[in-house]
Design a binder for this molecule. Structure first.
Ligand SMILES: C=C(OP(=O)(O)O)C(=O)O
Ligand SMILES: [Mg+2]
Length: 425
């Protein structure tokens, strides 16, 4: 019989829980020999990149399907058997074990949701075994920088039932000396925006989308940007809060005609780039995520050259180390969205951040539109020293859980720093 180390994994247990859209998802508990528990849950996207790791997920009749229940079974049987006895401190080995056990290139056999929830739970169990906060365990003694928050306060695209083609209209409170001051400004702007929308568009305009941002019945991009500029000004934060967009352009691209359908127009790549150029001249936009559809690598390169803001790859790069390496080499973006569940393991997401930082790219740690109360990404963002985090509006529990965790981390640190304008180009 071998001697157990305190950090050895002794149990792995999966279950289904509900996510913020009311769909079942996977939660995993990992326990180590010293009795420490790590619990984590898989989020889920709606506007996914086609190359993402594949979750085993139920369709419309979720509880009658086999998706999530199959993923839970995989955790409780194959994954549990393979991980028991491994050291929770050996994150890379844990992740490689699951990757090999799965045996597919996109984690589709065991399910990326089964794998990612286990991978995150192992990291938490390791941290708890050592009595360390997760950000400290992941980042070491000098992890003390809080990311700039990118808060999605107007929802469109796949996340809302309105006509806005662009998916996310975010405010970027950057000119503040702490995360908490930045979040306070964001909250004030959110409430000012609510009043603005109600007055102009009526009561229904303050209904919210999947990420807690308002989903007003707007037709055009500029209406949303005007509303944000006005709310920032009215709240007294002009010049201290910038704007960011997630176009998620794959989702308003018509492949049959090779055009983007936006604001009542059909624009080709050139037309859309000119459209963005004008927006950047008129509004304080510091970044555009997925400005073009996910297969248009040439278009992304053009966007980096011409738009002179952060061009963030999400659907384009799907947090995949190989795609990020290619994009760095080719100059197809200058920032990467990091969604742990998009690639499926903590160590692969770690590698992506590492590559980004070595190349002077920004890494933006991100939630998914379908979330849980899990706050893993808040600690991960501080641990890896990400320049920014996007985790929705400063409202709705599954979003505020992450922002609130960052407030507590900031309070806990004796010398907290705020990433301030490090996200900017
Ligand atoms: C968070 C996003 O949405 P989803 O989770 O639906 O992919 C995104 O596109 O950046
Ligand atoms: Mg996106």
């Amino acid at each position: 019989m071998s001697l157990e180390s305190p950090t050895q994994i002794v149990s792995v247990k999966g279950r289904w829980i509900l996510d913020s859209r009311g769909n079942p998802t996977v939660e995993v508990d990992v326990v180590t020999a010293c009795g420490a528990l790590g619990r984590a849950a898989a989020p889920s996207g709606a506007s996914k990149g086609s190359r993402e790791a594949l979750e085993l997920r139920d369709g419309e009749k979720a509880f009658h399907g086999k998706g999530v229940s199959k993923a839970v079974k995989n955790v409780n049987e194959e994954i549990a058997n393979a991980l028991k006895g491994l050291d929770a401190l050996d994150q890379r080995k844990v992740d490689l074990t699951m990757i090999e056990l799965d045996g597919t290139s996109n984690k589709s056999r065991l399910g990326a949701n089964a794998i990612v929830a286990t991978s995150m739970a192992v990291a938490k169990a390791a941290a708890n075994s050592l009595g360390l906060p997760l950000y400290r365990y992941l980042g070491g003694p000098l992890a003390d920088e809080l990311p700039t928050p990118l808060l999605n306060v107007i929802n469109g695209g796949e996340h809302a039932g309105n006509d806005l083609a662009i998916q996310e209209f975010m405010i970027v409170p950057w000119d503040f000396s702490s995360f908490s001051e930045a979040l306070q400004a964001a909250s004030e702007i959110y409430h000012t925006l609510k009043g603005y929308l109600k007055e102009r568009y009526g009561k229904s305009a303050i209904n919210v989308g999947d990420e807690g941002g308002f989903a007003p019945p707007m037709k055009e991009t500029r209406e949303a940007l005007d509303a944000l500029v006005e709310a920032i000004k009215e709240s007294g934060y002009e010049g201290r809060v910038a704007l960011a967009l997630d176009a998620a352009a794959t989702h308003f691209y018509d492949p049959n005609k090779d055009v983007y359908v936006i604001d009542g127009q059909e624009l080709d790549r050139e037309g859309l780039l000119e459209f963005y150029e004008k927006l950047i001249q008129e509004y304080p936009i510091v970044s555009i995520e997925d400005p073009l559809q996910e297969n248009d690598w040439e278009g992304f390169k053009e966007a980096v050259k011409r738009l002179k803001v952060r061009i963030v790859g999400d659907d384009l790069l799907v947090t995949h180390p190989d795609l990020v390496a290619k994009a760095i080499k080719e100059g197809a973006a200058n920032a990467v969205l990091v969604k742990v569940n998009q690639v499926g393991t903590v160590s692969e997401a770690w590698d992506v951040v590492d590559m980004a930082h070595r190349s002077k790219w920004a890494a933006i740690v991100s939630h998914r539109s379908g979330e849980t109360e899990d706050t893993f990404i808040a600690d991960f963002a501080v641990g890896v020293g990400a320049k920014a985090i996007k985790t929705g509006a400063p409202a709705r529990g599954e979003r505020t859980a992450k922002y609130n965790r960052l407030l507590r981390i900031e309070e806990e640190l004796s010398t907290p720093r705020f990433a301030r304008n490090k996200y900017f180009l």
